[in-house]
Design a protein around this ligand. Structure first.
Ligand code: AMP
Ligand code: MN
Ligand code: MN
Ligand code: MN
Length: 278
């Protein structure tokens, strides 16, 4: 099976390596097909594509779009997009603007629990980035020794219900799918096992995603336990979704799974890259 990794982040969003560094690391790890999927931004694509060509690996232009579905935040990956497409870019620009407003509210919320300087601190960690997000705040809080690592910062401060969490209205599911399809891409539901929703809601999400034009779900991802990978393999079969393989790599010290580090897909599933023109 092809060694593919169709979901990862660069310093354009909340990863720490530049797009070219991500590609070189993936190539070094033996990845044969890579997609860069930064949050709500596509400006790393050109650099990544050039680096992939230099490294002799195949490349897919991607993006990970933030979506509000019912009360939940879900992520839709777009693969094989035209990164220049206007409607997609206008939608992403609006999400990035919303992130700036949210960041100010987050800093205020953290200030209210005695953690000062968070906006400037997060911005320092987002210097190379086109977006500001919770991971940048998390890195600042770790630096300030408010918590020992990124995971515990989220647990105690940045997850829903915690003092630094600020609810955000992201794109709708339909908008995200339409933007991706309109840009010639394939919509993939990212890390479906990570959403804290009931079983009934999960099935509703899968059905609604498919109804909007969603084609694939991530089965093998850094976010899934082996049991979840088996569960989403079953769901891919029963819904007729294509399957994706995706590390969701962010940084060498933070990510559980390396670039290209997930297990291969079960043989009977149809990989999403079968429908990507690469
Ligand atoms: P945002 O899009 O700014 O709300 O931030 C979401 C990002 O935070 C995700 O893409 C992850 O990179 C990171 N994240 C979310 N939850 C956790 C967690 N429990 N541990 C570590 N990182 C997390
Ligand atoms: Mn992230
Ligand atoms: Mn995600
Ligand atoms: Mn991601």
């Amino acid at each position: 099976m092809l060694k593919a990794d169709l979901h990862c982040h660069s310093s354009v969003s909340d990863g720490v390596l530049t797009p070219a560094e991500v590609v070189r690391r993936a190539a070094h790890n033996g990845v044969q097909l890579l997609a860069l999927t930064d949050h709500d931004d596509v400006s790393g694509i050109a650099e990544a594509r050039a680096a992939a060509s230099a490294a002799g690996i195949r490349f897919v232009a991607g993006v990970e779009i933030s979506v509000t579905w019912r009360e939940a935040e879900v992520h839709i990956v777009g693969l094989g997009i035209d990164a220049e497409e206007a409607v997609l870019n206008a939608g992403l620009a609006r999400l990035r603007d919303g992130r700036i407003v949210r960041a100010r509210h987050m800093a205020q919320a953290l200030e209210d629990v005695g953690i000062g300087g968070a906006l400037a601190g997060a911005q320092r960690f987002a210097e190379q980035a086109k977006i500001i997000g919770r991971t940048h705040f998390a890195r600042y809080l770790v630096e300030q020794r408010v918590a020992k690592d990124i995971k515990s910062v989220f647990e105690h401060y940045l997850a829903r219900g915690k003092p630094g969490y600020v609810a955000q209205q992201w794109a709708s599911l339909r908008q995200a799918v339409d933007w991706i399809v309109g840009a010639g891409g394939t919509p993939v539901l990212a890390h479906p096992g990570r959403y804290r929703i009931s079983r009934a809601e999960l099935l509703g999400l899968l059905a609604e995603f498919q109804g909007c034009g969603g084609r694939a779900i991530e089965v093998m991802t850094g976010s899934h336990t082996p049991e979840q990978a088996r569960e989403f393999s079953r769901l891919a079969r029963s819904f007729g979704f294509l399957a994706s393989r995706a590390s969701d790599f962010h940084a060498p010290d933070e990510s559980r799974v390396e670039l290209g580090g997930t297990a291969p897909l079960p043989e009977d599933l149809t990989p999403v890259w079968d429908v990507l023109a690469v």
